[in-house]
Design a protein around this ligand. Sequence first.
Ligand code: ARG
Ligand code: ZN
Length: 422
Amino acid sequence: MRPLVLLTILIAFHCVLRNCFCTSEQDKVLSITAVTQEQVNLLQNISSHNETVLWQPASPSHITANTPVHLYVQSSSLARVTEQLQTHGFLFRVLLENTQRLIQEQTRNDTTDPKSSGTNERYHSLEDIYHFLNKTSEDYPDMTKLILIGSSFEKNPLFVLKLSGRRGPVDKAMWMDCGIHAREWISPAFCLWFIKFALTFYKENPDITTMLDKLDIYILPIMNPDGYKYTWTTNRMWRKNRASRDDSLCVGVDLNRNFDANWCTKGASSNPCSDIYCGQYPESEPEVQAVTKFLRSHKDVVKLYFSIHSYSQMLLFPYSYTHEQIPNHNELYDLVQEASSKIRRHYRNQYRFGSGAKTIYIAPGGSDDWAYDQGIKYSFTFELQDRGQYGFLLPPNLITSACNEAFAAVKTIVLRVLVKLQ
Ligand code: ARG
Ligand code: ZN
């Protein structure tokens, strides 16, 4: 009996020790609020260093007083960073204790057939996404068409899946892209969910039936395949594409700063090492070129543009590059307001809404602003779940609820616009 008791105590002690050790060894995400201007400057400084990754806002330059900053801090720098914060009297708390565990949970292949479906509650690797698109276009030859619109910097294909109801040609279309930013995994997950949902419930769900009967729906599930792949293999926190250039060691362009819409003015960076680097010139990136070429040649039919991002739960419309209002500001404001209240009523979740510049920050070179200036008057950017509890590391079991509410918003806007366009 005695040795057993001792053993039990030892094991218990070991577990306690190991637990403390493990948690203190983790990379963490901190929520930090600067109050004074001095603290703002300091926080900008801390978040510019390599061992931290800024989650929110997208760049140190966007940090302002009294708005919580979400900062990913590597374990090796945690002691130094928290000490600095304490010394300077910051308000902060730990948002995520154990990022490694969350990352593991998201990349684990625990279904019997990992390629079985694009929409069960898990995230999908780039390879799985391509497989899903091929399979879906084979399974629904009469309702889909797989279109190769270009390729990425690393020569990964950029596929658009065109969805249509079983009917003759129509003169209206909508566009939706996902995965501009690599680490926003819920975004491509939503595009896949949408495709599956639309094809499964066509002729069963009246809303999806109306959408597919009245519109061709062009979906680009992953605009930034290179970056996405990199988040699966190397760095889960990566945002940009993976373009490299001869005169800099830093990799990647922010694709949502590379469009030709007041390109590289305030709110973007010309520093290749920045997370909001605008690239060498407007549309310098092959991913952006592919999208703009396709949309330019479909300009007359595409009436609605959606770009899906995460996180922070916002329904945004142009402009982001200026505080000036677009001519149909009130119309779009009403649409996102209605979409937001639908989410609130049906899913008890809050989405803020408004123009990009007013609701988040000034940011030029964005796809929604570019599409709007091309004449697509119903142009939106959605920021999906959550509001910072898990941030980019949204657990797989929340994918379905995130997709359902995002769909409610898309549906509300599309059905409304269809009536207007009649
Ligand atoms: N979080 C997105 C970004 O920083 C916001 C996109 C809003 N639209 C825009 N054109 N910036 O890219
Ligand atoms: Zn984004």
